[in-house]
Ligand binder design. Structure first.
Ligand SMILES: [Zn+2]
Length: 444
């Protein structure tokens, strides 16, 4: 941690106006109780641009605004990795076809979320149940499942404690078949599934049961469309396009929470282990992507989502172009009355037109070990944090069901755009209702 004022909870930047409900005796700044710290952005100045896939409009239906285009990375000349990097905006008709979560994310009824609304402390029965939930869900969709099991001492235990990161991949079948791991780049959606050890019985609905379940909905929303796209590509047999096609990854991390106070040693156990492992595990020589880290197109981290009235700033100038795409989608979905929180609700993503990014401070979270190794990060975390943060009130009853569903829809639309899936979406939502069928009413 460099030049950051260390607390047992997040350090807050002065430019953010955050509510607080207790005063940290270690510090003169008011802070919320709990985890994470702000640290100097300088610590991450090595965040090199690993932007192998500039999402510019070389072949896209380029309706990008001038402001958006200006924030995007420079165009690359066509190469064997560029066609998948084009960005095709969803049409209005396409937006209407985004699958709605319906009641699948309902805290009391939802098959995706309800099983996660239990304490999920590292190396406990609840944690194993959460992992089993992911295994069953992604296994049923026939994704490739991976586990990163490791043990290490913690501040509470000199004996090594077992942790388990989980990821599931959906890759172009021709690359999967030929085991071309070094040729597959992926968009990665990330959340942590562990919950804080204290207070006892803490659920962590926004932190991060709901983000995990939202990501599951996103995966379900795109699964069949991706497969239809790839089936068509195989039929067409365009080797150039096929070599260029990307995969998709869901990464659910263990051990994000501190066992005692948030420090660089007592926090983000899973992320630190995995970033190190992925950096040092090399793909075969001559691979396009030398290791797992370099094959991450964008690391989209969802955290502290599901509370009412979220506000998510754009944290990184380098990935502001991606933030703008997501913010654009929110604006369009809202204008078309396709979000449950309603047309007139304040924007979840208000920073589309932001041009000045203060240097200096940032939120510590699971992205840090990846950021420091040069991975591009889109951090979707509410600031200010939800009022229920790290309290017993961060439970299912305090989730805003409309907001939870809307996040799932916005992120689904983002992934659909990323992969150009509009032609492969079904009018019937592949068995889920679409956002337009849902209308603007909560069904429950
Ligand atoms: Zn937390």
């Amino acid at each position: 941690m460099i030049a950051g004022r260390r607390h047992h909870s997040k350090l807050w930047t002065p430019f953010l106006h955050l509510h607080h409900n207790h005063h940290n005796p270690l510090c003169c700044l008011p802070v919320l109780p709990g985890t994470r710290t702000w640290t100097a952005r300088a610590a991450c100045s090595t965040s090199s641009r690993r932007n192998l896939h500039s999402h510019t409009g070389d072949t896209a239906t380029n309706t990008t605004t001038a402001a958006t285009a200006a924030a995007q990375p420079p165009r690359r000349r066509p190469s064997f990795i560029t066609s998948a990097s084009s960005w095709t905006k969803l049409t209005d008709a396409g937006l209407k076809k985004i699958p709605s979560p319906g009641d699948s994310l309902h805290p009391d009824l939802g098959p995706l979320l309800k099983p996660l609304l239990i304490p999920r402390v590292v190396n406990t029965e609840g944690s194993r149940k959460a992992l089993a939930h992911f295994t069953n869900f992604f296994g049923d969709m026939d994704w490739t499942l991976h586990y990163d099991n490791f043990s290490q001492p913690t501040v509470l235990s000199k004996d090594p404690v077992p942790f388990s990161n989980f990821w599931a991949t959906l890759d172009p079948p021709w690359k999967k078949k030929d085991n071309q791991e070094g040729e597959i780049a992926r968009l990665v959606l990330v959340a942590h599934y562990d919950s804080k050890i204290e207070p006892q019985g803490f659920i962590g609905a926004t932190d991060s049961a709901a983000p995990c379940a939202m990501i599951m909905h996103v995966a379900k929303s795109i699964d069949k469309a991706m497969r239809r796209k790839w089936a068509q590509m195989e039929k067409e047999g365009d080797e150039f396009a096929m070599a260029d096609e990307h995969g998709f990854m869901v990464l659910l991390l263990d051990g994000e929470e501190a066992f005692k106070w948030w420090t660089s040693e007592d926090s983000i156990y899973g992320a630190r282990h995995l970033a190190d492992k992925w950096e040092s595990t090399m793909h075969p020589a001559h691979s396009t992507y030398k290791n797992h880290l370099s094959s991450i197109n964008l690391f989209v981290l969802l955290d502290l989502l599901g509370a009412p009235n979220p506000r998510i700033p754009s944290y990184f100038k380098t990935t502001h172009w991606a933030y703008q795409h997501m913010a654009d989608l929110e604006i369009r979905l809202r204008a078309m009355d396709l979000l449950e929180s309603g047309k007139d609700h304040s924007l979840f993503l208000p920073d589309r037109d932001k041009t000045v990014f203060p240097e200096g401070l940032q939120i510590e979270d699971d992205h840090i070990p990846f950021l420091r190794r040069g991975v591009d990060i889109l951090h979707i975390i509410a600031s200010p944090f939800p009022p229920v943060w790290h309290t017993m009130n961060d439970d299912g009853a305090h989730l805003d069901k409309a907001v939870v569903n809307d996040w799932a829809v916005i992120v689904s639309a983002f992934v659909v755009e990323w992969y150009g899936l509009e032609p492969f979406l079904k009018d019937n939502g592949d068995g889920m209702k679409t956002v337009s069928e849902r209308g603007n009413k909560t069904e429950l």
